[in-house]
Design a protein around this ligand. Structure first.
Ligand SMILES: NC(=O)c1ccc[n+]([C@@H]2O[C@H](COP(=O)([O-])OP(=O)(O)OC[C@H]3O[C@@H](n4cnc5c(N)ncnc54)[C@H](OP(=O)(O)O)[C@@H]3O)[C@@H](O)[C@H]2O)c1
Length: 430
Protein backbone atom coordinates (compact mmCIF):
# COMPACT_ATOMS: atom_id res chain seq x y z
CA UNK A 1 0.00 0.00 0.00
CA UNK A 2 1.10 3.56 -0.63
CA UNK A 3 1.95 6.19 1.95
CA UNK A 4 -0.53 6.82 4.76
CA UNK A 5 -2.87 9.81 4.74
CA UNK A 6 -2.30 11.80 7.92
CA UNK A 7 -5.26 13.48 9.51
CA UNK A 8 -5.70 16.04 12.27
CA UNK A 9 -9.03 16.37 14.07
CA UNK A 10 -10.04 19.68 15.70
CA UNK A 11 -13.00 19.20 18.04
CA UNK A 12 -13.69 15.91 19.84
CA UNK A 13 -17.30 16.42 20.91
CA UNK A 14 -20.32 14.51 19.55
CA UNK A 15 -19.15 14.44 15.93
CA UNK A 16 -15.41 14.41 16.64
CA UNK A 17 -15.72 11.49 19.05
CA UNK A 18 -17.99 9.65 16.61
CA UNK A 19 -15.46 10.17 13.84
CA UNK A 20 -12.58 8.84 15.96
CA UNK A 21 -14.66 5.80 16.92
CA UNK A 22 -15.60 5.09 13.31
CA UNK A 23 -12.00 5.37 12.10
CA UNK A 24 -10.91 3.14 14.98
CA UNK A 25 -13.58 0.46 14.40
CA UNK A 26 -13.44 0.47 10.58
CA UNK A 27 -9.73 1.17 10.16
CA UNK A 28 -9.12 -1.77 7.86
CA UNK A 29 -12.23 -1.30 5.76
CA UNK A 30 -11.51 2.41 5.34
CA UNK A 31 -7.86 1.85 4.40
CA UNK A 32 -8.88 -0.82 1.90
CA UNK A 33 -11.36 1.54 0.27
CA UNK A 34 -8.84 4.38 0.27
CA UNK A 35 -6.10 2.18 -1.14
CA UNK A 36 -3.82 3.54 1.59
CA UNK A 37 -3.72 3.59 5.39
CA UNK A 38 -5.33 6.46 7.30
CA UNK A 39 -3.27 7.70 10.23
CA UNK A 40 -4.62 9.84 13.06
CA UNK A 41 -1.70 12.22 13.42
CA UNK A 42 -2.97 14.97 15.74
CA UNK A 43 -6.01 16.10 17.70
CA UNK A 44 -7.13 19.24 19.48
CA UNK A 45 -10.01 20.13 21.79
CA UNK A 46 -10.58 22.50 24.69
CA UNK A 47 -9.93 20.17 27.58
CA UNK A 48 -7.19 17.56 27.39
CA UNK A 49 -8.36 15.84 30.58
CA UNK A 50 -11.78 14.86 29.24
CA UNK A 51 -12.42 11.21 28.51
CA UNK A 52 -12.37 10.47 24.77
CA UNK A 53 -13.78 7.34 23.13
CA UNK A 54 -10.46 6.01 21.80
CA UNK A 55 -6.95 5.86 23.20
CA UNK A 56 -5.16 9.02 22.12
CA UNK A 57 -1.91 8.44 24.03
CA UNK A 58 0.06 7.90 20.81
CA UNK A 59 -1.54 10.85 19.03
CA UNK A 60 -0.07 14.35 19.16
CA UNK A 61 -2.21 16.75 21.22
CA UNK A 62 -2.36 20.43 20.26
CA UNK A 63 -3.63 23.04 22.71
CA UNK A 64 -3.90 25.37 19.71
CA UNK A 65 -6.08 23.93 16.94
CA UNK A 66 -5.05 26.70 14.55
CA UNK A 67 -1.39 25.74 14.91
CA UNK A 68 -2.32 22.10 14.43
CA UNK A 69 -4.10 22.96 11.18
CA UNK A 70 -0.86 24.43 9.83
CA UNK A 71 1.30 21.50 10.96
CA UNK A 72 3.45 20.33 8.03
CA UNK A 73 3.04 16.66 8.91
CA UNK A 74 -0.71 16.76 8.31
CA UNK A 75 -2.52 16.07 4.99
CA UNK A 76 -6.17 16.57 5.96
CA UNK A 77 -7.65 18.76 8.69
CA UNK A 78 -11.09 17.82 10.02
CA UNK A 79 -12.83 20.77 11.69
CA UNK A 80 -15.51 19.65 14.16
CA UNK A 81 -15.56 22.57 16.59
CA UNK A 82 -18.58 24.44 15.22
CA UNK A 83 -19.63 28.09 15.03
CA UNK A 84 -19.69 30.53 12.14
CA UNK A 85 -16.71 32.54 13.40
CA UNK A 86 -13.86 32.17 15.85
CA UNK A 87 -11.77 29.04 16.26
CA UNK A 88 -13.52 26.97 13.58
CA UNK A 89 -13.00 29.61 10.90
CA UNK A 90 -9.41 30.21 11.96
CA UNK A 91 -8.69 26.45 11.82
CA UNK A 92 -10.03 26.13 8.29
CA UNK A 93 -8.23 29.24 7.06
CA UNK A 94 -5.01 28.00 8.61
CA UNK A 95 -5.41 24.57 6.98
CA UNK A 96 -6.08 26.06 3.56
CA UNK A 97 -3.12 28.44 3.87
CA UNK A 98 -0.93 25.43 4.63
CA UNK A 99 -2.41 23.61 1.61
CA UNK A 100 -4.12 20.92 3.61
CA UNK A 101 -7.44 19.44 2.54
CA UNK A 102 -10.34 20.32 4.83
CA UNK A 103 -13.37 18.40 6.02
CA UNK A 104 -16.02 20.11 8.11
CA UNK A 105 -19.51 19.46 9.50
CA UNK A 106 -19.95 23.17 10.11
CA UNK A 107 -23.04 24.41 8.27
CA UNK A 108 -23.08 27.77 10.06
CA UNK A 109 -19.57 28.57 8.85
CA UNK A 110 -20.27 27.50 5.26
CA UNK A 111 -23.58 29.36 5.19
CA UNK A 112 -21.80 32.60 6.14
CA UNK A 113 -18.40 32.16 4.49
CA UNK A 114 -18.88 29.37 1.94
CA UNK A 115 -18.01 31.36 -1.18
CA UNK A 116 -14.83 32.93 0.21
CA UNK A 117 -13.62 29.60 1.66
CA UNK A 118 -14.31 27.84 -1.66
CA UNK A 119 -12.28 30.48 -3.51
CA UNK A 120 -9.39 30.18 -1.03
CA UNK A 121 -9.41 26.37 -1.18
CA UNK A 122 -9.44 26.28 -4.95
CA UNK A 123 -6.65 28.83 -5.16
CA UNK A 124 -4.59 26.64 -2.81
CA UNK A 125 -5.45 23.50 -4.78
CA UNK A 126 -7.19 21.76 -1.86
CA UNK A 127 -10.65 20.34 -1.31
CA UNK A 128 -13.36 21.21 1.21
CA UNK A 129 -15.50 18.19 2.10
CA UNK A 130 -18.75 19.07 3.87
CA UNK A 131 -21.08 16.11 3.43
CA UNK A 132 -21.69 16.11 7.20
CA UNK A 133 -22.82 19.75 7.20
CA UNK A 134 -26.15 19.06 5.48
CA UNK A 135 -28.58 16.36 6.60
CA UNK A 136 -26.01 14.33 8.56
CA UNK A 137 -25.78 10.78 7.26
CA UNK A 138 -27.70 11.44 4.03
CA UNK A 139 -25.22 11.65 1.12
CA UNK A 140 -26.97 14.61 -0.49
CA UNK A 141 -23.85 16.65 -1.24
CA UNK A 142 -22.41 13.75 -3.20
CA UNK A 143 -25.74 13.23 -4.95
CA UNK A 144 -25.89 16.83 -6.11
CA UNK A 145 -22.21 17.37 -6.86
CA UNK A 146 -21.73 14.05 -8.68
CA UNK A 147 -24.80 11.88 -9.24
CA UNK A 148 -27.03 14.72 -10.50
CA UNK A 149 -24.20 16.76 -12.04
CA UNK A 150 -25.69 16.50 -15.54
CA UNK A 151 -29.05 17.94 -14.49
CA UNK A 152 -30.40 21.42 -14.26
CA UNK A 153 -32.07 21.49 -10.84
CA UNK A 154 -35.28 23.51 -10.73
CA UNK A 155 -36.13 23.09 -7.07
CA UNK A 156 -34.59 21.52 -4.01
CA UNK A 157 -36.34 21.18 -0.69
CA UNK A 158 -36.43 19.10 2.41
CA UNK A 159 -36.84 18.45 6.07
CA UNK A 160 -33.49 19.74 7.22
CA UNK A 161 -33.87 19.84 10.99
CA UNK A 162 -34.58 16.69 12.98
CA UNK A 163 -35.46 18.55 16.18
CA UNK A 164 -38.30 20.43 14.48
CA UNK A 165 -39.49 17.33 12.69
CA UNK A 166 -39.56 15.42 15.96
CA UNK A 167 -41.55 18.19 17.66
CA UNK A 168 -44.10 18.52 14.84
CA UNK A 169 -44.50 14.74 14.46
CA UNK A 170 -44.99 14.29 18.20
CA UNK A 171 -47.47 17.19 18.40
CA UNK A 172 -49.51 15.53 15.64
CA UNK A 173 -49.39 12.06 17.16
CA UNK A 174 -50.24 13.16 20.70
CA UNK A 175 -52.28 16.34 20.23
CA UNK A 176 -50.00 18.11 22.71
CA UNK A 177 -48.87 21.74 22.46
CA UNK A 178 -45.48 22.99 21.27
CA UNK A 179 -43.98 23.98 24.65
CA UNK A 180 -44.72 20.62 26.23
CA UNK A 181 -43.25 18.65 23.33
CA UNK A 182 -40.18 20.90 23.18
CA UNK A 183 -39.53 20.11 26.86
CA UNK A 184 -39.78 16.41 26.07
CA UNK A 185 -37.38 16.78 23.11
CA UNK A 186 -34.91 18.50 25.45
CA UNK A 187 -35.22 15.66 27.97
CA UNK A 188 -34.59 13.10 25.23
CA UNK A 189 -31.52 14.99 23.99
CA UNK A 190 -33.15 15.87 20.64
CA UNK A 191 -33.19 19.58 21.44
CA UNK A 192 -30.50 21.79 22.97
CA UNK A 193 -31.01 23.60 26.29
CA UNK A 194 -31.00 26.73 24.11
CA UNK A 195 -33.14 25.45 21.23
CA UNK A 196 -33.39 28.73 19.26
CA UNK A 197 -31.09 27.72 16.41
CA UNK A 198 -33.27 24.72 15.66
CA UNK A 199 -36.82 25.84 16.40
CA UNK A 200 -36.42 29.31 14.90
CA UNK A 201 -35.36 27.78 11.58
CA UNK A 202 -31.76 29.08 11.57
CA UNK A 203 -30.11 25.66 11.38
CA UNK A 204 -32.37 24.60 8.49
CA UNK A 205 -31.62 27.91 6.75
CA UNK A 206 -27.86 27.31 7.03
CA UNK A 207 -28.29 23.97 5.30
CA UNK A 208 -30.68 25.36 2.69
CA UNK A 209 -28.23 28.13 1.79
CA UNK A 210 -25.54 25.50 1.15
CA UNK A 211 -27.87 23.30 -0.91
CA UNK A 212 -28.97 26.32 -2.95
CA UNK A 213 -25.38 27.20 -3.86
CA UNK A 214 -24.66 23.64 -4.86
CA UNK A 215 -27.87 23.07 -6.81
CA UNK A 216 -27.91 26.38 -8.68
CA UNK A 217 -24.21 27.27 -8.97
CA UNK A 218 -24.57 30.51 -7.04
CA UNK A 219 -22.70 32.00 -4.10
CA UNK A 220 -23.99 30.91 -0.72
CA UNK A 221 -26.43 33.61 0.36
CA UNK A 222 -27.70 33.00 3.87
CA UNK A 223 -29.08 36.54 4.12
CA UNK A 224 -31.35 35.76 1.18
CA UNK A 225 -33.23 33.04 3.08
CA UNK A 226 -36.68 33.97 4.39
CA UNK A 227 -36.85 32.25 7.79
CA UNK A 228 -39.78 31.41 10.05
CA UNK A 229 -39.58 28.84 12.85
CA UNK A 230 -42.13 26.55 14.46
CA UNK A 231 -42.81 28.30 17.81
CA UNK A 232 -46.23 29.51 16.62
CA UNK A 233 -47.46 26.14 15.34
CA UNK A 234 -50.38 25.03 17.52
CA UNK A 235 -52.00 21.66 18.12
CA UNK A 236 -55.21 23.18 16.75
CA UNK A 237 -53.59 24.02 13.40
CA UNK A 238 -52.03 20.57 13.15
CA UNK A 239 -55.44 19.05 13.76
CA UNK A 240 -57.20 21.26 11.18
CA UNK A 241 -54.42 20.59 8.68
CA UNK A 242 -55.06 16.88 9.19
CA UNK A 243 -58.78 17.31 8.51
CA UNK A 244 -57.96 19.10 5.29
CA UNK A 245 -55.61 16.32 4.13
CA UNK A 246 -52.29 17.88 5.12
CA UNK A 247 -49.42 17.59 7.58
CA UNK A 248 -47.38 20.50 8.89
CA UNK A 249 -43.63 20.24 8.25
CA UNK A 250 -40.77 22.69 8.62
CA UNK A 251 -39.35 22.74 5.10
CA UNK A 252 -36.39 24.48 3.53
CA UNK A 253 -37.26 25.20 -0.11
CA UNK A 254 -35.09 26.73 -2.82
CA UNK A 255 -36.30 27.30 -6.34
CA UNK A 256 -34.90 29.01 -9.38
CA UNK A 257 -36.67 31.46 -11.66
CA UNK A 258 -35.35 33.56 -14.55
CA UNK A 259 -35.30 36.58 -12.26
CA UNK A 260 -33.41 34.96 -9.37
CA UNK A 261 -33.47 32.44 -6.59
CA UNK A 262 -36.09 31.98 -3.89
CA UNK A 263 -34.99 30.49 -0.55
CA UNK A 264 -37.48 29.99 2.26
CA UNK A 265 -37.65 28.09 5.52
CA UNK A 266 -41.02 27.91 7.24
CA UNK A 267 -43.60 25.53 8.61
CA UNK A 268 -46.00 24.66 5.81
CA UNK A 269 -48.85 22.35 4.91
CA UNK A 270 -47.88 19.45 2.66
CA UNK A 271 -50.32 16.88 1.27
CA UNK A 272 -50.51 13.77 3.46
CA UNK A 273 -49.65 11.57 0.50
CA UNK A 274 -46.52 13.52 -0.49
CA UNK A 275 -43.27 11.63 0.23
CA UNK A 276 -41.97 14.22 2.72
CA UNK A 277 -45.18 13.99 4.77
CA UNK A 278 -44.24 10.42 5.66
CA UNK A 279 -40.82 11.46 7.01
CA UNK A 280 -41.41 11.55 10.75
CA UNK A 281 -39.54 11.93 14.04
CA UNK A 282 -35.90 13.02 13.96
CA UNK A 283 -35.45 11.92 10.35
CA UNK A 284 -34.43 14.29 7.57
CA UNK A 285 -35.18 14.12 3.85
CA UNK A 286 -34.01 16.05 0.82
CA UNK A 287 -35.80 16.15 -2.52
CA UNK A 288 -34.09 17.40 -5.68
CA UNK A 289 -35.93 17.97 -8.95
CA UNK A 290 -33.62 17.37 -11.91
CA UNK A 291 -34.71 17.96 -15.48
CA UNK A 292 -33.35 14.66 -16.79
CA UNK A 293 -33.20 12.48 -13.67
CA UNK A 294 -36.65 13.56 -12.47
CA UNK A 295 -37.34 13.81 -8.75
CA UNK A 296 -35.10 12.03 -6.29
CA UNK A 297 -35.60 11.87 -2.53
CA UNK A 298 -33.05 10.80 0.06
CA UNK A 299 -34.14 10.14 3.64
CA UNK A 300 -32.15 9.26 6.73
CA UNK A 301 -30.72 10.43 10.02
CA UNK A 302 -29.77 14.06 9.90
CA UNK A 303 -27.71 14.25 13.08
CA UNK A 304 -26.02 12.26 15.82
CA UNK A 305 -22.53 10.88 16.23
CA UNK A 306 -22.88 7.85 13.94
CA UNK A 307 -24.57 9.33 10.86
CA UNK A 308 -22.48 12.50 10.96
CA UNK A 309 -19.23 10.56 11.38
CA UNK A 310 -20.26 8.40 8.42
CA UNK A 311 -20.45 11.54 6.26
CA UNK A 312 -17.14 12.94 7.58
CA UNK A 313 -15.29 9.72 6.82
CA UNK A 314 -16.90 9.41 3.37
CA UNK A 315 -15.28 12.75 2.53
CA UNK A 316 -12.00 11.48 3.93
CA UNK A 317 -12.13 8.41 1.69
CA UNK A 318 -12.83 10.62 -1.34
CA UNK A 319 -9.80 12.76 -0.55
CA UNK A 320 -7.61 9.68 0.00
CA UNK A 321 -8.71 8.41 -3.41
CA UNK A 322 -7.56 11.65 -4.98
CA UNK A 323 -11.00 13.06 -5.73
CA UNK A 324 -10.84 16.84 -6.15
CA UNK A 325 -14.17 18.47 -6.92
CA UNK A 326 -15.08 22.16 -6.92
CA UNK A 327 -16.69 22.95 -3.58
CA UNK A 328 -20.05 24.00 -5.00
CA UNK A 329 -19.95 21.91 -8.18
CA UNK A 330 -18.65 24.71 -10.41
CA UNK A 331 -15.28 26.45 -10.00
CA UNK A 332 -15.60 29.02 -7.21
CA UNK A 333 -14.71 31.89 -9.58
CA UNK A 334 -17.75 30.99 -11.70
CA UNK A 335 -20.30 31.02 -8.86
CA UNK A 336 -22.89 33.67 -9.73
CA UNK A 337 -24.47 36.22 -7.45
CA UNK A 338 -28.09 35.37 -8.14
CA UNK A 339 -30.63 38.00 -7.08
CA UNK A 340 -32.67 36.69 -4.18
CA UNK A 341 -36.41 36.91 -4.69
CA UNK A 342 -38.27 38.36 -1.69
CA UNK A 343 -40.98 36.34 0.04
CA UNK A 344 -43.47 39.11 -0.81
CA UNK A 345 -43.35 38.01 -4.44
CA UNK A 346 -43.77 34.33 -3.71
CA UNK A 347 -46.94 32.93 -5.24
CA UNK A 348 -48.69 30.14 -3.38
CA UNK A 349 -51.76 28.92 -1.52
CA UNK A 350 -52.46 29.64 2.14
CA UNK A 351 -54.13 28.17 5.19
CA UNK A 352 -55.51 30.81 7.53
CA UNK A 353 -57.05 30.27 10.96
CA UNK A 354 -59.01 33.02 12.64
CA UNK A 355 -60.53 33.16 16.10
CA UNK A 356 -63.73 35.10 15.60
CA UNK A 357 -66.79 36.11 17.61
CA UNK A 358 -69.61 33.90 16.44
CA UNK A 359 -72.08 36.47 15.12
CA UNK A 360 -73.66 37.30 11.77
CA UNK A 361 -71.58 39.29 9.26
CA UNK A 362 -68.14 38.20 10.42
CA UNK A 363 -67.47 35.99 7.44
CA UNK A 364 -68.70 38.67 5.04
CA UNK A 365 -66.10 41.12 6.44
CA UNK A 366 -63.33 38.54 6.10
CA UNK A 367 -64.44 37.66 2.56
CA UNK A 368 -64.44 41.36 1.60
CA UNK A 369 -60.83 41.78 2.75
CA UNK A 370 -59.80 38.80 0.65
CA UNK A 371 -61.86 39.91 -2.35
CA UNK A 372 -60.25 43.35 -2.34
CA UNK A 373 -56.84 41.67 -2.72
CA UNK A 374 -58.23 39.35 -5.43
CA UNK A 375 -57.68 36.28 -3.26
CA UNK A 376 -60.08 33.46 -3.96
CA UNK A 377 -61.16 30.95 -1.34
CA UNK A 378 -60.63 27.27 -1.87
CA UNK A 379 -62.38 25.98 1.27
CA UNK A 380 -63.72 27.14 4.61
CA UNK A 381 -64.24 25.22 7.83
CA UNK A 382 -66.27 26.31 10.81
CA UNK A 383 -67.06 23.79 13.48
CA UNK A 384 -69.85 24.14 16.02
CA UNK A 385 -71.63 27.26 17.08
CA UNK A 386 -71.21 29.28 20.24
CA UNK A 387 -73.14 32.53 19.70
CA UNK A 388 -71.22 35.49 21.10
CA UNK A 389 -68.12 33.41 21.87
CA UNK A 390 -64.80 32.79 20.09
CA UNK A 391 -64.80 30.06 17.46
CA UNK A 392 -62.09 29.05 15.02
CA UNK A 393 -62.67 29.60 11.31
CA UNK A 394 -60.26 28.02 8.87
CA UNK A 395 -59.83 29.17 5.30
CA UNK A 396 -57.69 27.82 2.50
CA UNK A 397 -57.02 29.94 -0.58
CA UNK A 398 -56.04 29.47 -4.19
CA UNK A 399 -52.69 30.82 -5.36
CA UNK A 400 -51.97 34.42 -4.55
CA UNK A 401 -48.97 36.67 -4.14
CA UNK A 402 -47.62 36.58 -0.57
CA UNK A 403 -47.76 40.35 -0.22
CA UNK A 404 -51.48 40.41 -1.12
CA UNK A 405 -52.17 37.81 1.56
CA UNK A 406 -50.18 39.81 4.11
CA UNK A 407 -52.20 42.95 3.33
CA UNK A 408 -55.49 41.05 3.59
CA UNK A 409 -54.48 39.54 6.93
CA UNK A 410 -53.45 42.92 8.29
CA UNK A 411 -56.92 44.23 7.48
CA UNK A 412 -58.65 41.12 8.85
CA UNK A 413 -56.61 41.46 12.05
CA UNK A 414 -58.12 44.91 12.66
CA UNK A 415 -61.75 43.68 12.57
CA UNK A 416 -63.25 43.87 16.05
CA UNK A 417 -64.83 40.45 15.55
CA UNK A 418 -61.40 38.84 15.03
CA UNK A 419 -60.03 38.17 18.50
CA UNK A 420 -56.44 37.05 17.82
CA UNK A 421 -53.91 37.83 15.11
CA UNK A 422 -54.79 35.62 12.11
CA UNK A 423 -52.60 32.56 11.86
CA UNK A 424 -51.30 31.99 8.32
CA UNK A 425 -49.45 28.85 7.19
CA UNK A 426 -48.41 28.50 3.58
CA UNK A 427 -49.45 25.44 1.59
CA UNK A 428 -46.73 23.87 -0.54
CA UNK A 429 -47.45 21.94 -3.72
CA UNK A 430 -44.81 19.24 -3.85
N1 LIG B 1 -24.05 16.95 16.79
C1 LIG B 1 -24.56 16.63 15.61
O1 LIG B 1 -25.37 15.70 15.51
C2 LIG B 1 -24.12 17.36 14.37
C3 LIG B 1 -24.68 16.98 13.14
C4 LIG B 1 -24.25 17.61 11.97
C5 LIG B 1 -23.31 18.61 12.06
N2 LIG B 1 -22.82 18.99 13.28
C6 LIG B 1 -21.81 20.04 13.31
O2 LIG B 1 -20.59 19.47 13.76
C7 LIG B 1 -19.84 20.44 14.47
C8 LIG B 1 -19.50 19.91 15.85
O3 LIG B 1 -20.70 19.65 16.55
P1 LIG B 1 -20.72 18.77 17.89
O4 LIG B 1 -22.16 18.49 18.16
O5 LIG B 1 -19.78 17.65 17.79
O6 LIG B 1 -20.19 19.85 18.94
P2 LIG B 1 -19.71 19.57 20.45
O7 LIG B 1 -20.18 18.25 20.93
O8 LIG B 1 -20.08 20.80 21.21
O9 LIG B 1 -18.11 19.49 20.33
C9 LIG B 1 -17.31 20.61 20.07
C10 LIG B 1 -15.86 20.20 20.25
O10 LIG B 1 -15.04 21.32 19.93
C11 LIG B 1 -14.05 21.48 20.95
N3 LIG B 1 -13.65 22.88 20.97
C12 LIG B 1 -14.37 23.97 21.34
N4 LIG B 1 -13.63 25.08 21.18
C13 LIG B 1 -12.43 24.68 20.70
C14 LIG B 1 -11.24 25.36 20.36
N5 LIG B 1 -11.13 26.69 20.45
N6 LIG B 1 -10.19 24.62 19.91
C15 LIG B 1 -10.27 23.28 19.81
N7 LIG B 1 -11.38 22.59 20.12
C16 LIG B 1 -12.45 23.29 20.57
C17 LIG B 1 -14.70 20.99 22.23
O11 LIG B 1 -13.68 20.63 23.15
P3 LIG B 1 -13.99 19.87 24.55
O12 LIG B 1 -14.50 18.50 24.19
O13 LIG B 1 -12.68 19.80 25.22
O14 LIG B 1 -15.01 20.72 25.25
C18 LIG B 1 -15.49 19.80 21.69
O15 LIG B 1 -14.67 18.66 21.66
C19 LIG B 1 -20.71 21.71 14.46
O16 LIG B 1 -20.32 22.53 13.40
C20 LIG B 1 -22.10 21.17 14.25
O17 LIG B 1 -22.96 22.11 13.64
C21 LIG B 1 -23.20 18.37 14.42
Amino acid sequence: MSESLKIAVAGLGTVGAGTLRLIHEHGELISARCGRPIMLSAVSARDRRKDRPVDLSAVRWFEDAVAMAADPEVDVVIELIGGAEGAAKAVIESAIAARHHVITANKALLAHHGAELARAAEAAGVTIGYEAAVAGGIPIIKSLREGLAANSIGRIYGILNGTCNFILSTMRETGREFAEVLAEAQKLGYAEADPGFDIDGIDAAHKLAILTALAFGCEVNFDGVHIEGIREVSALDISYAGELGYRIKLLGIASRADSGVEQRVYPCLVAKDSPVAAVEGVFNAVVAEGDFAGTIMAEGQGAGAGPTASAVVADLIDIARGSALPTFAVPAKDLVRAPSLPIERHVGCHYVRLMVVDRPGVIADVAAALRDEEISLEAMLQRGRAPGEAVPVVITTHETEDAAMTRALERIGTLDTVLEPPRRIRIETL
